[in-house]
Design a protein around this ligand. Structure first.
Ligand SMILES: Nc1ncnc2c1ncn2[C@@H]1O[C@H](COP(=O)(O)OP(=O)(O)OP(=O)(O)O)[C@@H](O)[C@H]1O
Length: 358
């Protein structure tokens, strides 16, 4: 039994298509789980079923150890002890800040005043009690929405892209503030986002979704550093792909051999490398650095384009050996001229080898 949220084998069909397919997950109190995936992969549909505004075709949802929806039971949204925060967080425009936050509270007026006061202080909006939503900035409205959602002490908080309406400058602060409050309250949080950065920043655990299924689950560090396949790797950053065929547990490429453990001889594989794991070295009269076990053999390319991205520079190369394009990022400023020849090496410990799919 879990005191948080438990979802078992949830499936939802629209027009004969499984939009959510056999999704299971568990979120403990005080934990943040992010459903991360591209548009249309079924994240919001999953959340809507948990919220109780849509019903699954099969599967079970439990909150605090109590079944709230399965084949026989189906509690309405308001009986599930769930808080909601969506992108269009829609405060009640005709109610003051105080009344918005107090809206879902039961109990005496005194208790409500204490709870609202405590939360407005927590979101740095003390003194705004009598203001109306239209008098507040977007960030302030969002903080009222947070206070309102948290006020009745829901066991579960469901959030669907809750910060996407805010500009970047506000967003980071409000994300952190929201996390702190939800952790303090011990709420189990299920958050939907299509932005990997948001998921990495907020989640204790990421569930990566694709075409209605969870394809990978784990701590942000693990999902980023041990993707299950090429698409999972590509979801988090640009990637480079080098193809090859396994021979004697090694894949031979212009960058030297790559270990391909577990792949039989003759397997077509792809070696996936993130741009930050390519090492760049200078050309010394047509010669590059010596091969090393960590970085393999250097291969030469010429700069096609280089761009400054803020905290790093992105350099694109056309490789001498096959004309393919490889992308490398370098911390800070490195903007070599177009046409310059440089040598590239690939960090062996940081690349992934997958079976070639197409
Ligand atoms: N009520 C519905 N009737 C028919 N199809 C639906 C319905 N609701 C969702 N879908 C379809 O289910 C799929 C998944 O939609 P969903 O909104 O869950 O995706 P999502 O991952 O949340 O995407 P986004 O980030 O764009 O909101 C989509 O193809 C959508 O068109």
């Amino acid at each position: 039994m879990t005191t948080g949220l438990k979802v078992e084998n949830l499936t939802r069909r629209f027009g004969g298509r499984d939009v959510v397919s056999d999704v299971s997950l568990e979120v403990m109190p005080g934990q943040v789980m992010c459903l991360l995936g591209p548009s249309g992969c079924g994240k919001s549909t999953t959340l809507r079923m948990v919220a109780g505004v849509d019903r699954q075709d099969s599967g079970r949802i439990s909150v605090g150890g109590e079944v709230v929806s399965d084949d026989t039971v189906h509690l309405p949204a308001e009986a599930r002890h769930i808080g909601l925060m969506f992108q269009d967080f829609a405060l009640f425009p005709h109610l003051s800040v105080f009344d918005n936050v107090a809206f879902g509270l039961k109990g005496t007026k005194r208790e409500a005043m204490r709870r609202v006061g405590e939360l407005l202080e927590r979101v740095h909006l003390e003194g705004f009690e009598t203001a109306f939503p239209h008098e507040l900035s977007g960030g302030e409205q969002q903080r009222v929405a947070l206070a309102r959602a948290v006020a009745p002490r829901p066991r579960i908080m469901l959030m669907d892209e809750p910060f996407s309406g805010l500009d970047n400058r506000l967003r980071d602060g409000i994300r952190d503030e929201t996390l702190d409050i939800l952790k303090d309250e011990g709420t189990a949080v299920l958050l939907v986002t299509h932005e990997p950065d948001e998921a990495m920043r907020m989640a204790d655990e990421i569930a990566l979704m694709r075409e209605g299924r969870i394809v990978q689950r784990g701590a942000p560090y693990n999902v980023y550093n041990a993707p299950v396949d090429r698409s999972a790797a590509a979801f988090f950053s640009d990637i480079n792909v080098i193809r090859g065929v396994v021979k004697g547990a090694l894949t031979d490429t212009p960058f030297g051999g790559f270990l391909a453990p577990g792949f039989p001889d003759g397997s077509a594989v792809e070696i996936v490398i993130r741009p930050q794991h390519i090492r760049i070295d200078f050309d010394r009269q047509g010669r590059g650095p010596n091969p090393t076990p960590e970085d393999g053999t250097p291969a030469r390319g010429t700069v096609v384009r280089s761009r400054f991205m803020g905290n790093e520079s992105l350099v694109e190369f056309r490789m001498d050996h096959d004309g393919s394009i490889l992308k490398a990022t370098v911390p800070s400023v490195f903007l070599p001229k177009e046409g310059m020849a440089l040598w590239l090496m690939i960090r062996r410990g940081r690349c992934f080898v997958f079976r070639q799919k197409d």
